[in-house]
Write a protein that binds this ligand. Structure first.
Ligand code: ADP
Ligand code: MG
Length: 693
């Protein structure tokens, strides 16, 4: 490659200037997020097709992808009966001929001209033809094969860009800029891992599995290293700045409230509370995740922490994900706090304008209140000048941005996130590297067991019979339907239909069946919830509205319909709505008629274990992290190659990140310039927020 050509192509050159692309095709590449040559060479293959086995034509087989080297004997385009123009080429070698048939690609006539030497990879059909084989015309002996006869890379495509087109563009981009893509890794680290340019070439065009594995590890490490570096910077900045407050009183308020509780805290609750109070006493802003399975008693821990803060004269915001839960929290917290004459005020959809104003006035005056609401409290409409602690229920994705919203007058309040999503350690480390964890692993004693069963739809009558029996002895039941569409319209209809069916079912004669779904007005939801809590409604047909936090100890039966549509973690959360009292509870999973064998197997896992952490691990293994915890929405760019389950690589990345950040916390050294730029590209927001301090 000549020096002038090299000079002309910077990795930031736009894809449109690549030969064979141009402005129109460049727009197609844009659709895939590929604007520059660097992005193109970073567009790693999704998978690879192994077309490395060369055979003679007479040895082609329908069972596996095989490759022949031959010559185009004849070629012709022809119209099909359906009006499409197909193309066929006969390829011969010394043992015979094979017909290669391409659907609707007449233009191939230009490439596959009689006499040309070709490599063709594919399987043959019953008639001995190769349908849409991969092929490559050999123009020179020195050119490396790209489309056939090798480990063929398969990239994500979009309409208008073929696999061949993409491979060609990627290879040209590699030739032009692979050597010039700036390596974000610091030089010492890069030296240990080998050159980036080789890894980029090998991820697209690996000679063999070994090369591929090496390239993948190098590039996956880079992704994890960037992630860990930004988290490490956040951790350090947060721990150094001390912009937090000392927000814990001596604890007599909390101690009195504890005495009034009808139960003693479990050992795990005690330990978690200690950890939280220690954080409150330190000027370092707390960012702690209190993780405990559903029903493990996180709310009361949150409340006691809140009392420490209130005692110190600060305000506390307690936020729930939904209106219903916010109101439920108002009730529970009021009950818990009554003994210590602490005011719990609710700022929910139910509050009148007058109430709102009154509360706002008290808050502005700096009165130490415990304010309970939905996450909307965050939206800065509510001024809490003395906010010392924000407790966020069931919002494990609570991140830096939300925390910054809370920071008023430059003071960062302590943040306690309550989460029932049992996050496997590795994932927690990766996602919440800057979060401290307080796990509650054991549930309070005296809880009834939850027995879980899978019952096909044909058993539904028996399920209803069982339900009727439970109702006779005064228990209550949930019937849960999955969310079917985003807007909730279908879901609402399905719930309404099921409500109708059960209301009229002879087995449930004389019972009140309630209906709760996302489309109802807040007041309707609330009154139904109240009626269920009070036992006036015995069966509640609902959707995932109730997924989190609803606490009705008298409910002992949960029936989940179309259960295969839920993830394990979600099913586990749902079944946590029962088993809250001392009685044995039952959760029945009813898969829909089209549930696959694999889905049924997945449901079976729930019948064996009640341990949320174990289930989360199982789910993680099956579905991968992206789907599970909505990582895409969490502000993390998608990790293209790295697997968060790869403990070994994660640890290595963390170690490397620590080393760099402890030597150069703000990445000011020249040799860390590329690293900083890569972080600004991939993690701009978290990084800027962290460094703004
Ligand atoms: P979650 O962790 O799911 O938010 P909650 O805080 O709603 O759980 O607690 C579930 C139930 O357990 C509540 O009724 C609560 O009063 C009760 N509870 C909490 N801690 C204890 C304890 N140590 N002993 C007995 N019951 C408890
Ligand atoms: Mg809760």
């Amino acid at each position: 490659m000549s020096a002038t050509r090299q000079a002309a192509f910077d990795p930031q050159t736009r894809v449109q200037y690549l030969s064979g692309v141009g402005p129109a095709r460049a727009r197609l590449f844009e659709k895939l997020g590929l604007s520059t040559l660097e992005q193109l060479v970073r567009h790693y293959p999704r998978t690879y097709l192994d077309a490395r086995t060369f055979v003679t034509v007479d040895a082609l087989s329908p069972d596996r992808v095989l490759t022949v080297l031959g010559q185009v004997h004849s070629a012709a385009a022809h119209r099909t009966r359906r009006g499409r123009t197909d193309f066929t080429a006969r390829v011969v070698d010394r043992t015979g001929a094979v017909t290669c048939h391409f659907f609707g690609q007449p233009w191939l006539a230009r490439a596959l001209v009689p006499g040309s030497r070709v490599v063709v990879s594919g399987t043959v059909d019953a008639a001995g033809r190769m349908l849409n084989p991969m092929f490559e015309v050999i123009e020179s002996e020195v050119e490396e094969l790209l489309h056939a006869g090798r480990l063929v890379p398969v990239h994500a495509l979009t309409r208008g860009i073929t696999g061949r087109g993409m491979r060609g563009a990627v290879r040209r981009a590699l030739d032009l800029v692979a050597d010039r893509v700036v390596d974000p890794l610091p030089p010492a680290l890069a030296a240990r891992l080998g050159p980036l340019s080789a890894a980029l070439r090998q991820i697209h065009l690996p000679a063999d599995e070994r090369e591929l594995a090496q390239a993948r590890e190098r590039l996956a490490f880079e992704e994890l290293f960037l992630l860990q570096t930004v988290l490490e910077i956040r951790r350090r900045v947060l721990s150094e700045e001390g912009r937090g407050l000392v927000t814990a009183g001596p604890g007599s308020l909390a101690a009195r409230a504890r005495q009034a509780l009808p139960f003693a805290l479990t050992a795990d609750q005690e330990r978690a509370l200690d950890e939280i109070v220690n954080d409150l006493r330190s000027p370092r802003p707390m960012h702690r995740l209190l993780v405990g399975d559903v029903g493990s008693g996180k709310t009361v821990v949150g409340l006691l922490a809140a009392l420490h803060v209130i005692e110190a004269g600060h305000q506390v915001a307690f936020m729930a994900p939904t209106e219903i839960l916010a109101r439920q929290h108002v009730t529970t917290l009021t009950r818990f706090a009554r003994s210590v004459e602490t005011s719990v005020v609710g700022l929910t959809g139910a509050s009148s304008a007058g109430e709102r104003r009154a509360i706002q006035t008290r808050l502005e005056a700096g009165e130490p209140l415990l304010v309970v609401g939905t996450h909307a409290l965050l939206e800065a409409k509510v001024a809490m000048p003395k906010l010392g602690l924000a407790i966020v229920d069931e919002q494990h994705r609570f991140g830096v941005r939300q925390r910054a919203t809370l920071a008023q007058k430059g003071v960062i309040p302590d943040v306690l996130v309550l989460s029932a999503t049992p996050i496997p350690r590795t994932l927690a480390l990766a996602l919440y590297g800057d979060l401290d964890l307080s796990p509650i692993r054991t549930k309070p004693a005296g809880r009834g067991r939850v027995v879980t069963r899978v019952a096909g739809e044909e058993k539904f009558p028996q399920v209803l019979e069982f339900m009727a029996q439970e109702l006779v002895v005064g228990r209550q039941a949930f019937v849960v339907l999955p969310v079917i569409d985003e807007g909730g319209a279908v879901e609402a209809r399905a719930a309404a239909a099921e409500h109708e069916r059960l209301s009229q079912h002879p087995l449930l004669a004389g019972r009140v069946v309630g209906l709760l779904h996302g489309r109802l007005k807040t007041e309707q939801k609330q009154s139904t919830m109240d009626a269920f809590a009070a036992g006036r409604v015995q069966v509640l047909v609902t959707t995932t509205v109730i997924e989190v936090g609803v606490d009705v100890p008298n409910a002992t039966l949960m029936v989940i319909e179309n259960a295969e549509r839920f993830g394990l973690a979600q099913l586990h959360q749902l079944r946590g709505r029962v088993g809250r009292g001392a009685e044995r509870s039952v959760c029945v999973l009813v898969p829909g008629p089209s549930a696959s064998a694999e889905a049924l197997e997945r449901l079976e896992i729930l019948t064996h274990t009640e341990d949320g952490f174990a289930l989360a691990e199982a789910d993680l293994e099956r579905r991968g992290p992206g789907e599970l915890w909505g990582m895409r929405q969490s502000g993390l760019p998608r990790l293209k190659l790295a697997d968060l389950r790869d403990d070994r690589l994660l640890e290595r990345a963390l170690e490397a990140a620590r080393e760099i950040v402890s030597a150069d916390p703000r990445l000011r050294l020249a040799e860390h310039r590329p690293l900083q730029e890569a972080l600004l590209r991939d993690y701009r927001e978290p990084l800027e927020l962290a460094l703004a301090g």
